[in-house]
Write a protein that binds this ligand. Structure first.
Ligand code: GLY
Length: 379
């Protein structure tokens, strides 16, 4: 169990009150929307733009976090509305991708865990089946994306998928069917061998031969370049392997998560404000707050799994990240949407840099609630 002192708890309580105030105003003006990122202070609505978009579960997830803490009906109603809208994505099966985990674990999955809604349980199970169907038996990995118009991506696996495995572990327990967990472990094992570098950094994209599973190369993906170190990918590795450890108790996953955590900390400790890529040029400064928020969640759960003397290092690092990001990145006015500024979609996409992103807000809120002792099992 994590132990926080009085000052830390008071800090988290004050921040949560600010989150809640801002979110209440945001939810009231966001009816019928599934927010993604802001444009002139207002969230873009992906329910209209692209119902299959990978971030479409984070809004509902954030609302369930708030509902779980406050019991306020407005959050539940909006989360249920978002979940119903997401059925439109099931209807477009050929466009779905490995992020079906994010889409339905945080919407339907959390609904089921919190309210016991049977329809939500089914939605989360459908999503788990969809994810399992992306497993390439010959290659031993879960395929990430569908083909681009001019590129065959059937051999592409990405570090982000480690987070989506959570819905497979859940389905294995829920159905009493070990096949789901076997696929998750096979993918995690392969990712551990091919994506993780000896220093704890992670490749974003590994390209395999889809017929044999042989590694053909890597791609820098959303980071600066091939061989660089996209910080959100580092955070996905840190947290994703920890999740696999929590579900399987396989020590190698814990060690891998620790290596990724040590690497992450050694790249942010100077000011605790994560750059978008840890191996990009120093200028221009491009932050990615989402990486910091994801890493903070992972570090807190990692701390919980370790003996206290060791765990304290990770717990303190998480608090440094949260406090510094709150001080420098959070905007608490009621007029604009979004909590945590300075998220970046992608190093290379100029207009996607230094923005509010719904997943930054989700993970930041999750971490603040963890400091407040939330027992909700999200992943
Ligand atoms: N899973 C996609 C991303 O992290 O941007």
């Amino acid at each position: 169990m994590l132990i926080f002192d009085e000052t830390e708890r008071r800090w988290a309580d004050e921040v949560f009150q600010k989150i809640e105030k801002k979110m209440e105003a945001t939810v009231q003006r966001s009816a019928g929307m599934i927010p993604y990122r802001t444009e002139n202070g207002r969230f873009e609505n992906m329910a209209e733009k692209n119902i299959c978009w990978w971030t479409n579960g984070f809004w509902e997830g954030l609302l369930w976090l708030l509902y779980d803490r406050t019991n306020k009906g407005l959050y539940r109603t909006a989360a249920e509305e978002g979940e119903r809208m997401l059925d439109g994505a099931f209807a477009q099966y050929p466009r779905l991708h490995h992020d079906v985990g994010f889409l339905w674990q945080l919407s339907a999955g959390l609904n089921y865990k919190i309210t016991g809604n049977e329809q939500s349980r089914l939605r989360a199970l459908y999503a788990a089946v969809l994810l399992m169907s992306r497993f390439n038996l010959a290659g031993g990995y879960i395929r990430a994306w569908n083909d681009y118009p001019d590129e065959d991506t059937s051999g592409w696996a990405i570090i982000d998928t480690m987070m989506n495995l959570s819905i497979l572990y859940w389905a294995a327990k829920e159905m009493g069917d070990a096949r789901f967990a076997r696929v998750a472990r096979a993918h995690a094992d392969k990712t551990m061998r091919h994506h993780m570098r000896p220093d704890g950094s992670a490749k974003h994209i590994v390209i395999y031969d889809p017929e044999t599973g042989e590694e053909l190369g890597e791609d820098g993906g959303q980071g600066y370049c091939r061989g660089s170190s996209w910080s959100r990918g580092q955070a996905w590795a840190l947290y994703g392997f920890l999740i696999s450890y929590k579900h399987t108790r396989q020590e190698e996953y814990l060690d891998t998560s620790k290596r990724a955590a040590n690497y992450f900390i050694s790249n942010v400790w100077q000011d605790w404000l994560p750059r978008c890529d840890f191996r990009s040029p120093k200028e221009p400064v491009i932050y990615d707050a989402s990486a910091g928020a994801i890493a903070a969640c992972g570090l807190l759960e990692l701390a919980e799994e370790l003996p206290q003397e060791e765990g304290t290092v990770y717990q303190k690092a998480a608090l440094c990240l949260l406090k510094e990001m709150e001080r420098h990145f959070c905007r608490w006015d009621q007029e604009t949407d979004g909590i945590l500024y300075f998220g970046s979609v992608n190093y290379k996409e100029k207009e996607g840099r230094n923005r509010y992103l719904v997943y930054s807000d989700f993970f930041f809120t999750q971490a603040v609630l963890a400091v407040l002792g939330s027992k909700l099992e999200i992943w």
